[in-house]
Design a protein around this ligand. Sequence first.
Ligand SMILES: *[C@@H]1O[C@H](CO)[C@@H](O)[C@H](O)[C@H]1NC(C)=O
Ligand SMILES: *[C@@H]1O[C@H](CO)[C@@H](O)[C@H](O)[C@H]1NC(C)=O
Ligand SMILES: *[C@@H]1O[C@H](CO)[C@@H](O)[C@H](O)[C@H]1NC(C)=O
Ligand SMILES: *[C@@H]1O[C@H](CO)[C@@H](O)[C@H](O)[C@H]1NC(C)=O
Ligand SMILES: *[C@@H]1O[C@H](CO)[C@@H](O)[C@H](O)[C@H]1NC(C)=O
Length: 451
Amino acid sequence: MKILVYVLVLLTSCNALQDTGVKLKNFCYYTNWKTQSSDPDIRFDVEHINPSLCTHLLYAFANINEKELKLYWSQQGDDNGKLGSEAAGRYYEFTELKKRNAGLVTLLSIGGQTAESAGFIQIVQSEENMRQFAKNCIRFLRDRKFDGLDIDWEYPDNFKNKYTQFLEVMQNEFKAESTSEKDKLLLTIAVSGGEEHINKSYNISEIDKHVDYILVMAYDFFGTWSTVAGFTAPLYSRKTNLNFNQAYSQDWAIRRWIDGGAQADKLVLGLTGTALSYTLINSSRHDVGSPVSSTIGANKQLTYYGLCKTVSEKWTKVWDEEQKMVYAYADDQWIGYANATSMQEAVHYAYSQRLAGVMFWSLDIDDFNGAACNEGKYPLVSAIMKAIQKESSIGNENPSVLQTQTVSSFTTKKDNRTRLYFVRNGAENCYSSAVLLAWMCLCILVIANIV
Ligand SMILES: *[C@@H]1O[C@H](CO)[C@@H](O)[C@H](O)[C@H]1NC(C)=O
Ligand SMILES: *[C@@H]1O[C@H](CO)[C@@H](O)[C@H](O)[C@H]1NC(C)=O
Ligand SMILES: *[C@@H]1O[C@H](CO)[C@@H](O)[C@H](O)[C@H]1NC(C)=O
Ligand SMILES: *[C@@H]1O[C@H](CO)[C@@H](O)[C@H](O)[C@H]1NC(C)=O
Ligand SMILES: *[C@@H]1O[C@H](CO)[C@@H](O)[C@H](O)[C@H]1NC(C)=O
């Protein structure tokens, strides 16, 4: 009987070990600039968010008051500037979403693509400024019940070392403020997935020490400026066509961050619902890589629901197996996009690379009303969440082998990846041996009883 108890204890501890870190996180960005739209198909506000589809929600964006080194709202209605019982605004509605999803984490995001860097540059002028800003942030976030801050400085190109120091100061202040009753505020950063900005902006191994998660914006590899048809966020590089920049993929970006010294379990793979529409130069050439018009206005970005409204029965749709994306064409029109299958592939990738999770830019781009695509509400984000649940539930099956390619010419730091891999597989082996042992013990006991 004693043996059986030991076996049970062993089984339970293996199980506990196995559960750690398996479940991927889903970071979803909410954007506040479609709240004022008069078109009900476009208008997107806090009320449209389905909080059960995400583990982390990020409010994009708040501004920086560079004179006072403080945060402040960017859209009318974010915040009425009052505290206590008079406080009102979208920030409060946003953090209240936690009532509808107990595990939900809410973050306020600062910066963004269109923001001036001036605020950040002012903050990093001195350590004193950084500390002052950190303290002001803490008060601002706590008053509005946010769980953390997301820094989206695009990009700290000429401030590589200052940026590292800034993150260190922020994290230290966040740590100092936390108590046994009050969880530390989370510190995340949104970073570039493009080679040039990565080279210029980040000392990866250093910043990795100071942040909780690194959200890699692994998109915008192709855009309206491109001269051939391509995808904004393909999962894999186009290895079959070496005319393509091989650094233009999510896989490349993630490997670059890992090889630069980021721990895989801090990395979050950024996905997008943005589609790219091009005008082909020769309508009989519609493969990926076909020449497209360079005339301004001929090429556009589309939302996922906008894409669904455009692509009718007349269009030809093609699944691109190499890059795990879809393209559709009709006459001289060509659209490249990610559908629910692309999202599943990306989640599977994040799981097999032992990443922390995925990020989705942005909720308002998905078919949030379910009116355009005939795939229900939030087809892309729902596909992500379903895929996460699926990958977690098959967690005790041997996940596909880690890809061992590295981005050459960068110092590689694989120890932690390898360690993670063995922790996971170790748990699995431990688990299966323990199950076997348990059965053997049961057999022996049964036989002993019979005899
Ligand atoms: C980035 O840095 C690497 C290594 O120094 C170099 O080989 C590569 O050409 C750089 N890429 C860009 C786009 O600056
Ligand atoms: C990062 O910073 C460390 C410590 O200051 C330094 O030794 C290293 O060379 C830096 N690496 C890069 C890529 O900037
Ligand atoms: C368009 O592409 C087709 C197929 O590659 C080719 O046969 C044709 O000559 C092209 N037309 C022009 C005007 O370049
Ligand atoms: C994604 O698009 C491809 C190509 O049209 C299609 O075969 C596939 O079924 C789509 N996935 C979903 C989930 O609709
Ligand atoms: C591996 O990760 C741990 C934290 O999980 C960190 O303390 C350690 O420095 C990392 N190892 C290397 C070689 O970077």
